[in-house]
Design a protein around this ligand. Structure first.
Ligand code: IPD
Ligand code: CA
Ligand code: CA
Length: 272
């Protein structure tokens, strides 16, 4: 096993233990809203410090970008760990059993390794660039469903940025009509892992953050899938717009989404 992946797994399991132990025991006075509909609890913070401690002990010179504490280390570092200590905080706070730890490693900005750990099911998803993706040490692959018909898609609702609501509802309406079903399970990292593992045929969301996706993007690519923004562009981590599926279904999803993208959204994805 790759040494950096081994450390990431150790960190993800340690954070997962913190999370599983704390389920149903969060002190409501210690839950704060970072912004509208965006909550953080002491568990998110504890899980994050556990991960950072383990990663920094093994790799003191690597940079860190973590959801709750931000950027640490020199910006010139080649290696950057991108961490979501608890993806699916709202689910966790409600006792809805769908959340995960996500740890991605970038080398000069390119995804190098990734771990997504579901502490309740104790399912460990991993990926290493060039070596494939696994669930519990078994290779995983995206599905080969080529059409929307019969497909099961995952998504996330745009609950923070109101600009996305109308275009999103247009996409949703068309995709509800054309697919077998759509799930909004509440943990983008697990949604991406599920696409890699063939449990979902595809996934799309608007307004994600790098820590939601750093591990999942690599996992899907290593499982034979495609991950782009909603127009097929490469700036996924920069913009937070994500569309993931096997290559054929990816095209079908893009065609369904395209009519709902305003010029402003397209410009944002295209970048400067
Ligand atoms: C959230 C979850 C959710 C997605 C949101 C994310 P958090 O992460 O991944 O599924 O729809 O966009 O912010 O805040 O629970 O780490
Ligand atoms: Ca998240
Ligand atoms: Ca989080």
């Amino acid at each position: 096993m790759d040494p950096m992946l081994t450390i990431a797994i150790r960190a993800a399991r340690a954070a997962g233990d913190v999370i599983a132990r704390s389920l149903g025991r969060v002190d409501p006075r210690k839950i704060t809203a970072k912004s509208r509909n965006d909550f953080v609890s002491e568990v998110d913070r504890q899980a994050e410090s556990e991960i950072i401690y383990i990663l920094q002990r093994a790799y003191p010179s690597h940079g860190i970008l973590a959801e709750e504490t931000g950027r640490q280390g020199r910006h010139s570092e080649d290696y950057l760990w991108v961490i979501d200590p608890l993806d699916g905080t709202t689910n966790f706070l409600h006792g809805f059993p769908q959340f995960a730890v996500s740890i991605g490693l970038l080398y000069r900005g390119v995804p190098e390794a990734g771990v997504i750990y579901d502490p309740l099911r104790q399912e460990l998803f991993t990926a290493k660039r060039g070596s494939g993706a696994t669930l519990e040490n078994r290779r995983i692959r995206v599905t080969n469903s080529a059409t929307l018909q019969g497909a099961l898609l995952g998504t996330g609702f745009p609950f923070k940025d109101q600009r996305f609501v109308d275009p999103y509802l247009g996409m949703l309406k068309d995709l509800i009509r054309d697919t077998a079903g759509i799930r909004r399970a509440g943990s983008a990292a697990l949604d991406l892992a599920y696409v890699a593992a063939g449990r979902l045929d595809g996934f799309w969301e608007m307004g994600l953050q790098p820590w939601d996706m750093a591990a999942g993007i690599l996992m899907i690519r290593e499982a034979g899938g495609m991950v782009t923004d909603l127009t097929g562009g490469e700036r996924v981590m920069e913009t937070g717009y994500v569309l993931a599926a096997n290559p054929k279904l990816h095209q079908a999803m893009r065609d369904a989404i395209a009519p709902h993208l305003s010029e402003a959204l397209r410009r944002e994805m295209a970048g400067p």
